[in-house]
Design a binder for this molecule. Structure first.
Ligand code: GLC
Length: 435
């Protein structure tokens, strides 16, 4: 029996996933090391975030002599990190004390019994300090399992200078977006609209806000009703297909883009519109950025009579049920969610904080004046369904969206199939899935 050892800062690769899966399948619970006396608290983070967590970890270590915080660098993809955590928790492996969770993971991880309830450690008066949507994303069946660290909402960025120069107002409908993008693009040097078209969670986020703009729905978490075979859902996918191949305003490569690929094109001055998250604003305003002072941001456009929406995203911390030091894990959560820590984590990165008071904080507003807008754009947030089988529902949708984008399946047929598979999957899970 061997303890799973993950080096601090090691770039986790798929091989590690295989290793974790192997442990899950064969070896049973791994032994724990590092418990006793001093102590260790470990969490896996996206690689890009680790440098910003380092000062928080070092501060915590200084305040807790003998304690080590392991910030383990995971893969870039949200889905892969979820797979790694899942494999580890299935194996009851205590290597991760903390689970750095997307908004969509709470139900699955809590329903599986992999997380400790935290409402005792974070009483209501503390929870009231968090943005309501971020707080809600940490609840499952009335209990708290995830403390929000930062929040996200989908945004549509645009080149204000180009639109103004050509006499266009920011678009409000999908047709207007296509019209303005076509008028201002000059492919392949300059594209009209870039977004996240790769088959992964980001594609679902992009689709959900377009779907909402057309008045459609995905899965109702209360009734498990599936809306993917309704005309609004097909219209939303047809819009994305149109962007890529019918009235091409998006590069063919958009079907392989995650957040950073699309941001780089926009930031290099090679796209008129970009769909992405709040962190882009801060990077776009850096001194060396060619688009500094030239962009605007708003919520996604909508169909006539529809509403603008931005998918709710964000990250928070849960405590593994298999942690040998839940006391330290909770203390670390407390430490990284103070206002001072929000300044450290969100100031330089441009991440949107989870603490309400952070949106009025002069230090944070000075570092990122866009915070004020983000706070207001949160009003348009639309949540992905909070169901325990979310990962499966997302996987089904990703596959069919991707097939339609690649031109392999007409949009309506792809979504009919996605609806059928989703119903089948949820039907098996039964009504107990509903929160
Ligand atoms: C961002 C969001 C997260 C979402 C992911 C998709 O990290 O915060 O909620 O799932 O992007 O790529």
């Amino acid at each position: 029996m061997h303890r799973l050892r993950l080096r601090r800062g090691s770039g986790l690769r798929i091989a590690t996933l295989a290793l974790l899966a192997g442990i899950a399948a064969g070896c049973g619970g791994a032994q724990v090391g590092g418990a006793g006396g001093a102590g260790r608290v470990a969490v896996m983070l996206p690689p890009g975030e680790r440098p910003f967590w380092m000062p928080l970890a070092r501060d915590f270590e200084r305040a807790h002599p003998g304690v080590t915080v392991d910030l383990i660098e995971g893969p870039q993809s949200t889905d892969l990190r979820e797979n790694l955590y899942t494999a580890s928790l299935l194996a009851r492996d205590p290597s991760f004390d903390l689970v750095y969770m997307d908004v969509t993971w709470t139900s699955k991880f809590a329903a599986a019994g992999w997380l400790r309830p935290l409402e005792g450690a974070f009483p209501p008066q503390e929870r009231d300090r968090w943005l309501p949507a971020a707080r809600e994303a940490g609840m499952f069946r009335g209990r708290l399992y995830r403390v929000p660290v930062r929040t996200d909402v989908g945004l549509l960025y645009y080149r204000r200078d180009w639109l103004e120069g050509a006499g266009y107002a920011p678009p409000s409908t999908f047709d207007e977006l296509v019209r303005v993008a076509r008028a201002l693009e000059d492919p392949p040097r300059r594209w009209g609209f870039v977004w996240q078209g790769k088959q992964y969670e980001g594609l679902v986020c992009d689709y959900l806000e377009v779907l909402t703009g057309f008045g459609g729905t995905w899965v109702d978490p209360a009734t498990l009703e599936v809306g993917l075979d309704r005309p609004q859902a097909a219209a939303a996918l047809e819009f994305l297909v149109r962007c890529r191949s019918v009235d091409p305003i998006s590069p063919p490569g958009v079907a392989t883009y995650q957040e950073e690929e699309s941001r780089r094109l926009f930031q290099d001055g090679r796209a008129v519109f970009l769909r992405n998250w709040p962190y882009v604003w801060r990077l776009a305003q850096r001194e060396d950025s060619p688009i500094r002072g030239k962009i605007g941001a708003m919520s996604m456009v909508h169909a006539p009579g529809g509403r603008s929406a931005g998918t709710l995203g964000g990250w928070g911390l849960g405590v593994s049920a298999y942690s040998r030091r839940p006391d330290l894990a909770i203390a670390f959560i407390r430490h990284v969610t103070t206002l001072e820590s929000q300044r450290v984590l969100c100031g330089e990165t441009g991440y949107a904080p989870a603490l309400i008071e952070a949106y009025r904080d002069s230090a944070l507003l000075a570092a990122n004046p866009f915070l004020d807008r983000i706070g207001r754009l949160h009003a348009n947030a639309v949540a992905r369904p909070a169901i325990a089988r979310y990962a499966l529902a997302s996987d089904i949708l990703q596959r069919h969206l991707s097939a339609a984008l690649a031109g392999g399946e007409p949009a309506a047929r792809a979504l009919r199939e996605a609806a059928r598979e989703t119903r089948l999957m949820l039907g098996r899970a039964g009504a107990a899935e509903a929160r």
